[in-house]
Design a protein around this ligand. Structure first.
Ligand code: SAJ
Length: 424
């Protein structure tokens, strides 16, 4: 079974050529498969076909080296000649902070239209337990049953959560262990054959829901622990203690302690989002994910805490926040990535503007925050703006920043990342 995976003659597809799908497409091609990327963005399709990368973790060379095995299109009809398709589409929260799985459902409908015997469908997008078997599978079965095709016999469905960490180099897409699960035993065997040549370590689990839950838990673990260390900051502030010194001391414990760092809040497409998928699922069963709810409240509190620190620092210098020139350094949710999704800096800027500050920001990767609802574009003259600011706020530790120079030039410095304590 699954000879075409074993002998690498399979033709495979990746739906969604973003920071997860494009690196996966390149890794699949590098393993010997013929790969077709499917995306609805003509600019991405053109860039891939011209060997131009728009994802920091993929170089133009990566694309050019795979040029004979990697093409992009918007047409799902290519699935008619494919043995497998991996779905790597975003699963954000909607405006009501509810899980938005609409892109998975829309893609599922397109895949169903081109479903054929032998096709393996692998969902990689992070979602709540029951998405693969309760939402995606029924969409495919609505077509399959018209032909008498049964899952695990005529076609295969699996879940394998993505673990791409933008910017990380010590663990790559190939070396990071990859959880896999099939709707049936044969489905598991299919995804094992498909992903075996691509990933160094596969971690089979008993069901797609188990895999979905494992992915949510690994990021919920992070979300809750970041909120705990943020609450430590709030407690130390109230008690007049140096939070960083407390953390340095606690972190000397060689066992049973994992260090996290307090900051302006939790941003990004994963950590602040995934736990709310789990909380939403639990609510649907009339249960409450209490840690997640509390962690969300604490993390959401941090922008207000830091804006108060700015106000206090200006006040101590005899200045009001209203009318003061406040420069925020870094809008992206983490260093050296161009991504402001769920970034707490957006909330900080909103609060500064609401309080009448002349708020500005600098970020070499994020040139405008208009699409995040902040009517600001990044300032260009970093050195000049630091000198002219009444207060400089460090929010994202991009590598471009010369912290010694900034500390020297800034009149007042509010350091939400404790850079001056520990460096970048
Ligand atoms: N953050 C803190 N304190 C910390 C750690 C993070 O305030 O101690 C903040 C960051 O500033 C950021 C947010 O939390 O705003 C998320 O940070 P992150 O380092 O978790 O970055 P992400 O969102 O890129 O998380 C990814 C995740 N990878 C996957 O989901 C595959 C996460 O599981 C990884 O653990 C994380 O990268 C990582 O370790 O870098």
């Amino acid at each position: 079974m699954f000879e075409r995976f074993h002998n690498r003659t399979a033709r495979v597809a990746v739906v969604g050529l973003g920071y997860v799908g494009l690196p996966l497409a390149v890794a699949l091609a590098a393993s010997g498969y013929e790969v077709v990327g499917i995306d609805l963005d003509p600019a991405k399709i053109e860039a891939v076909n011209q060997g131009r990368s728009y994802i920091a973790d993929v170089t133009d060379t990566d694309l050019l080296v795979q040029a004979t095995r990697l093409r992009a299109t918007s047409d799902y009809a290519v699935l008619g000649q494919c043995d497998a398709v991996s779905i790597c589409l975003p699963t954000p929260l909607d405006s009501k902070r509810q899980p938005d799985v609409s892109s998975i459902l829309a893609s599922g409908q397109e895949i169903a239209r081109h479903l054929h015997p032998g096709l393996l469908v692998v969902l990689e997008s992070t979602s709540y337990p029951g998405t693969t078997t309760g939402l995606l599978l029924p969409i495919l079965e609505a077509v399959a049953q018209l032909h008498g095709w049964r899952v695990g016999e005529a076609f295969y469905v699996a879940f394998s959560p993505e673990r791409v960490d933008p910017g990380r180099t010590d663990w790559t897409i190939q070396t990071t262990p990859k959880i896999i699960a099939g709707v049936t035993e044969n489905c598991l065997a299919a995804v094992q054959a498909y992903y075996g040549p691509v990933f160094d370590t596969l971690v089979p689990v008993s069901s797609p829901s188990t895999a979905e839950m494992a992915k949510l838990f690994e990021n919920t673990f992070r979300f809750v622990n970041i909120s705990l260390v943020n609450e430590l900051l709030l407690m130390c502030d109230r008690l007049g203690l140096d939070c960083w010194e407390v953390l340095d001391a606690a972190a000397t414990k060689p066992f049973g302690f994992t260090r996290f760092t307090p900051g302006p809040g939790v941003g990004g497409p994963c950590i602040p989002v995934d736990p709310h998928f789990l909380a939403w699922k639990m609510k649907s069963t009339d249960a409450e994910a209490r840690f997640i709810e509390l962690a969300g409240r604490i993390n959401a509190e941090m922008p207000r805490f830091w804006v108060q620190k700015v106000q206090d620092a200006l006040n101590d210098a005899g200045k009001a926040l209203r009318g003061s020139r406040v420069l925020v350094l870094g809008a992206s949710y983490k260093p050296d990535v161009a991504d402001a999704r769920e970034s707490p800096v957006v909330d900080i800027l909103h609060r500064l503007l609401q309080k009448g500050a002349e708020a500005r920001y600098h970020d070499p990767y994020i040139l405008s925050l208009a699409e995040m609802g902040v009517p600001l574009t990044a300032v260009a003259d970093l050195e000049g703006e630091v000198q002219k600011a009444d207060c400089v706020v460090i929010t994202t530790a991009h590598s471009v920043y010369d912290w010694a120079s900034i500390a020297h030039s800034a009149t007042i410095l509010v350091d939400t990342r404790f850079i001056m304590k520990h460096g970048s």
